[in-house]
Design a protein around this ligand. Structure first.
Ligand code: ATP
Length: 883
């Protein structure tokens, strides 16, 4: 029986995988294994095959109606030319749908790849960052706090490793891991010497050897079972296809009505049938959902070029409605380039930056207890020192850098004082504790963390080379407040020597306070203008930080969240808020108006977000740590930083800012708003064009005017004049004032009552031109039925094309707006006219469309009526009748 990796000694696992713990796999081995095992990928849902996409085009209602129409028309009046023409239209429609859907899917795949995770691997003796998808069995991987595990792997070494495996086992508490072999056949949840793909490292770090990748992982097996799930559609797509369905039903009812009234009036059955079919074809905005998908996917691709990865399509829609952005402080609003700035030790305050060149530190180093501060800085510290590229928390990196400036060797200090126990930094206690062996055969506890959290455990203090009773705590509180008010991030340090026999349970008591260090982390220069831009766009920015209120206030002032010199009351201290309780109006208002919350725990972040959401806000949230994950998920838009954020945070987020720039969100919101505007524009455009077609055909039939439009002509219109301008509208840049207006209301539908009335007005203006020219040609010009039909047809083509210019906002001038400046719109118009002229001159197409030669004067009237329709809608628009 072959033993599973968890039941095998690690050396044997490594041997079996033909790998090496120190060297990893060689490049050659990797290439071979990629061929053998494939990439380490599990695709979400089954990607639609090309055949399936093609087949789906045929079960589209428009195609079904067309198929039936061709069949019946052929049955009643066999006309070969018309049948071929209709079949051509079917093929064309199917091809356009197929190409567009394929393009949409391709863009989404490209985006998915961009959002893919990376991992640290040892190959050819070197540690490298590689895309997780290229891991192979036998690879030696390194994981750290906040990482997502990229493949199933057997642990080689661990340090305080605990992993959240909820995605596999459903168990929400983290499990501790070690390396001991286990009995064969134990359940998944008990395999404590393994880590699994898709789980997240809550604490600690580890080295492991990959045993399974891709679909062979535990996650892959689950996915295989549920792989029938298809890519879910976004709410927007759902709304649009609902709209289309609703229109289909409406049209069918309308078509049946026309059919029966015609029949009762004793009209020719073939003509009525054709008219009814024409109507049905006219009304269905078949391009709507796919044009929307393309606009969304294109917007996402455009943003990805600016380093903004939108992971879920629906996020684009939500972006336009976001009105609160919650952000942390360090690294988002500040540079995250920590530097030791001030030291307070034994009652001395020392500016580390100014004193860098002096010999002041040399004097300090002479002091008996100064080395306690150094030891606490190095030992109570998780920075990885083994290679040239030091990795770790920025505040801890700053401590190591400081120690190195004093020409002390951190590595050596760590080697001489091996760690026996560690309580890692915790965002609730805001402390980190280690227990290390010391040189006098005992152990020392080192603690560092938020001053108010630490000081309550200290009863003695280092003072004038002696250990004294800690009586002047208030003075220290003042000092901490003072440093914080300068914008410094403050850490306190303490220690306690214990002998080998002391009980280890009571680590945090009777500590000796060493001193404090203030870190400088300047505000990012580009944040202030961005916050101003958000304000102009009706978006409120809220800082939620775990830091000291004083530090929070100073940074908030620097970035413009608070006005300089504002009262410290403006910062809400987490101790003073009870969000879960029913709040009275005053407190509710206070919370809604606040911009800065300090000493906030991850649980409180979650509560604050829920509070905002309950009060009808759409919340965006920046988060980077593993503790931020619930809040990132809870927020309407979770935003993670690509460089600084943990993998788990990036996984949970909807948006990843690859360049870590707070300012990038401004661009994303701008784009989100623009895309939504465009979707509205082309929905209004397509619906008003379709409405014009329906009402024109219906009215001409009901009024018993001659020569109503034919189904093929309407199909031609839908293919040529509808789709191209609609696509072009989706390519626009967005109005210039887009970031100067408030966000869209969350519950606002795509089609507001105002947009519906605009649609109806534009549709009726086009109808007026078509029915108008029909009546004018019939009664005044006394034209033949074919001429009347052709004039109505060309008027409809032109009026629909011109209708695109109605899509800009009524507040902007007709000659200077987003639509008129969009070169794609002009391209679409020229292309559509070119195709129409082609159809007019190419005899077989002209015959199929029943096009005859018209005189220049007749074309002149077409132009007059089409322009008339644009003029009419513009007059109504400019007098406040439409949007
Ligand atoms: P920000 O909003 O600035 O990003 P945060 O919400 O991430 O801050 P935390 O990292 O939870 O805040 O830090 C809160 C407090 O915990 C800090 O003010 C500091 O006193 C303390 N602290 C931070 N990092 C460490 C650490 N590595 N070890 C010990 N204490 C720490």
């Amino acid at each position: 029986m072959t033993l599973e990796p968890y039941a095998t000694e690690i050396e044997k696992v490594v041997q079996k995988q033909d790998s090496s713990i120190e060297f990893g796999l060689t490049n050659e081995q990797v290439q071979k294994r990629i061929k053998e095992f494939g990439g380490n990928e599990i695709l979400e849902g089954n990607p639609k095959s090309r055949w399936r996409i093609l087949l789906d085009q045929f079960i589209d209602p428009i195609i079904l109606i067309l198929g039936l129409a061709t069949f019946f028309t052929f049955l009643f009046s066999p006309d070969l030319l018309e049948t071929i023409a209709t079949l051509t239209v079917i093929i064309l429609t199917v091809s356009i749908g197929f190409v567009m859907e394929l393009q949409g899917i391709r863009s989404l795949e490209a985006l998915r790849k961009m959002g893919a995770t990376e991992c640290l691997v040892l190959r050819d003796g070197k540690i490298k960052m590689i895309p997780s998808s290229s891991l192979v069995p036998g690879d030696i991987i390194l994981v750290d706090t906040g990482d997502m595990v990229s493949a199933d792997a057997r642990l080689i070494t661990v340090k305080n490793l605990s992993i959240k495996e909820a995605s596999l086992t459903g168990e929400s508490t983290a499990v501790e891991k070690d390396v001991k072999p286990l009995p064969q056949n134990i359940p998944l949840a008990e395999r404590s010497n393994m880590v699994f793909k898709g789980t997240s490292v809550i604490q600690g770090s580890a080295k492991a050897i990959v045993t399974n990748t891709g679909l062979d992982t535990q996650l892959g097996k689950i996915q295989k079972i549920s792989s029938t799930i298809e890519e879910p559609r976004t709410p927007l797509e759902k709304k649009l296809s609902q709209l289309s369905k609703w229109l289909i039903w409406l049209t069918l009812i309308f078509a049946i009505l026309i059919f029966f009234t015609g029949y009762l009036r004793g009209m020719d059955i073939i003509t009525i049938l054709k008219t009814a079919i024409a109507l049905a074809v006219a009304a269905i905005p078949e391009g709507l959902p796919i044009v929307a998908t393309i606009a969304l996917a294109r917007g996402m691709l455009k943003l990805s070029k600016r380093q903004i990865i939108i992971k879920k399509m629906e996020a684009v829609e939500t972006l336009g409605a976001t009105n609160i952005i919650c952000t942390d402080k360090t690294g988002t609003l500040t540079e995250d380039k920590m530097q030791v700035h001030t030291l307070a030790f034994e009652g001395n305050m020392l500016n580390a930056i100014q004193n860098e060149e002096h010999h002041f530190f040399e004097q300090l180093l002479q002091k008996k207890y100064f080395n306690k501060l150094i030891m606490a800085s190095v030992l109570c510290n998780n920075v990885v020192l083994d290679n040239a590229n030091k990795r770790g928390d920025s505040i801890e990196l700053a401590l190591i850098e400081f120690v190195e400036k004093l020409k002390l060797d951190s590595k050596k200090i760590k080697a001489v004082n091996p760690e026996q126990l560690e309580i890692p930094f915790n965002t609730n206690s805001k402390l980190m504790v280690t227990l290390n062996k010391n040189e006098s055969n005992g152990s020392t506890i080192y603690v560092k963390g938020a001053f108010e959290g630490l000081v309550k455990y200290c009863n003695t203090i280092i003072k004038a080379n002696k250990i004294e009773k800690f009586t002047n705590k208030t003075e220290w509180f003042e000092l901490v407040n003072n440093l914080a008010s300068q914008g410094l991030r403050v850490l306190g340090f303490a220690y306690k020597d214990i002998d080998a026999h002391s009980p280890k349970e009571d680590l945090l008591s009777q500590l000796t306070f060493i001193g404090i260090i203030g870190f400088l982390d300047p505000a990012r220069k580009d944040v202030k203008p961005t916050i101003k831009a958000y304000k102009d766009a009706g978006i409120k920015v809220v800082m939620l930080t775990g830091d000291h209120p004083g530090t929070a206030k100073k940074i908030a002032e620097e970035v413009g969240l608070l006005t300089t010199g504002s009262n410290i009351e403006a910062v809400i201290h987490s101790e003073n808020i009870k969000i879960e309780e029913e709040l009275d109006t005053d407190n509710k208002e206070r919370l809604l108006n606040a911009s800065v919350f300090a000493r906030v725990t991850p649980e409180q972040k979650l509560k604050i977000i829920s509070f905002y959401q309950k009060n009808n806000n759409i919340v965006g949230m920046f988060g980077d740590g593993i503790n931020d994950i619930p809040a990132l998920r809870k927020a309407d838009i979770g935003i993670a930083m690509g460089l600084r954020g943990t993998q788990a945070a990036r996984e949970a987020a909807d948006i990843i800012l690859k360049n870590d720039r707070f300012t990038a969100m401004q661009l994303a919101i701008n784009q989100g708003r623009a895309i939504f505007d465009h979707i509205r524009q082309f929905v209004v455009y397509l619906l008003s064009c379709n409405l014009a077609e329906v009402v024109s055909v219906g009215l001409v039939a009901l009024l018993n005017l001659p020569a109503p439009l034919l189904p093929l002509q309407i199909l031609f219109l839908n293919l040529v004049t509808d789709i191209f301008p609609a696509l072009a509208l989706g390519m626009g840049k967005g109005e210039v004032d887009i970031m100067n207006r408030p966000p869209r209301k969350a519950d606002e539908p795509i089609m507001t009552p105002q947009l519906w009335s605009s649609t109806i007005i534009y549709g009726l203006c086009i109808t007026a031109a078509v029915v108008g020219i029909t009546a004018y040609a019939h009664f005044t010009l006394k034209a033949s039925p074919s001429e009347i039909n052709n004039m109505a047809f060309f008027t409809l083509v032109l009026a629909q094309l011109l209708n695109v210019f109605n899509m800009s906002k009524s507040e902007v001038s007709f000659l200077n707006n987003e639509v008129i400046k969009n070169p794609w719109v002009w391209g679409a118009i020229v292309l559509s006219i070119f195709i129409t002229v082609g159809a007019y001159y190419i005899t077989p197409i002209a015959n199929a469309l029943h096009l005859i030669n018209l005189s220049t004067q007749q074309f002149g009237w077409v132009l007059v009526f089409a322009l008339g329709s644009l003029a009419l809608s513009q007059i109504i628009k400019r007098s406040g009748g439409t949007f």
